[in-house]
Design a protein around this ligand. Structure first.
Ligand code: SF4
Length: 182
């Protein structure tokens, strides 16, 4: 896998201050994509154990709430094994930090169908996720007022609750309302 960028103080892609990893490679080719250069799977730098160690170091800062995966497409079959290898180490080291991912694939129709490579890898990927923002960016549905989303078709999915209840459960920001944000 290759990656385009790592941001160490991202406040736009999930709650709190986060580390963000933009992986390379995406086959969706959404018109109006904000990140066309990352469609190429070879774009950017090789993703190595040194990269993982660097991310683990960034996550150590107490003000960092968690890690967000974007792209490119983290759920492309050729990207999933490396992403899972990263998340396994992140969760072992920082079980309390949240993990968000953005995908152009749909959670129910594409990801849960098991058609994106080996299901055991996809299943492990999902087991580490707190929130998935799913669906392609659709320029006609672009809405700058949406929090953590580019277009109104995209959903903020509470992955643990959805897997437990076997239906789509949307993530809600319960800040100050009894439940801590993820
Ligand atoms: S899924 Fe994301 S990175 Fe891929 S083409 Fe669509 S907007 Fe661009």
């Amino acid at each position: 896998m290759h990656y385009a960028t790592i941001k160490n103080n991202d406040i736009a892609n999930g709650p709190g201050v986060r580390v963000s990893l933009f992986v390379s490679g995406c086959t969706h080719r959404c018109p109006g994509c904000f990140n066309e250069e990352a469609w190429d799977f070879q774009y950017g730098e090789p993703f190595t154990q040194d990269t993982i160690d660097y991310i683990l170091g960034l996550l150590a800062a107490p003000h960092i709430k968690g890690l967000t995966l974007l792209g490119g497409e983290p759920f492309e079959p050729q990207n999933q094994p490396e992403v899972v290898n990263l998340l396994r180490q992140v969760k072992e080291t920082y079980p309390e930090k949240s993990v968000w991912a953005f995908s152009g694939y749909l959670f129910d129709q594409d990801i849960l169908s098991g058609s994106l490579g080996a299901w055991e890898i996809t299943d492990e990927f999902l087991s580490y996720l707190d929130v998935l923002v799913d669906g392609p960016f659709i320029a006609a549905k672009k809405d700058l007022t949406l929090r953590f989303r580019g277009s109104s078709n995209q959903r903020l999915i509470d992955v643990p609750a959805s897997r437990k209840e076997n239906k789509i459960v949307l993530w809600e920001d319960w800040q100050g309302n009894g439940r801590s944000i993820k």
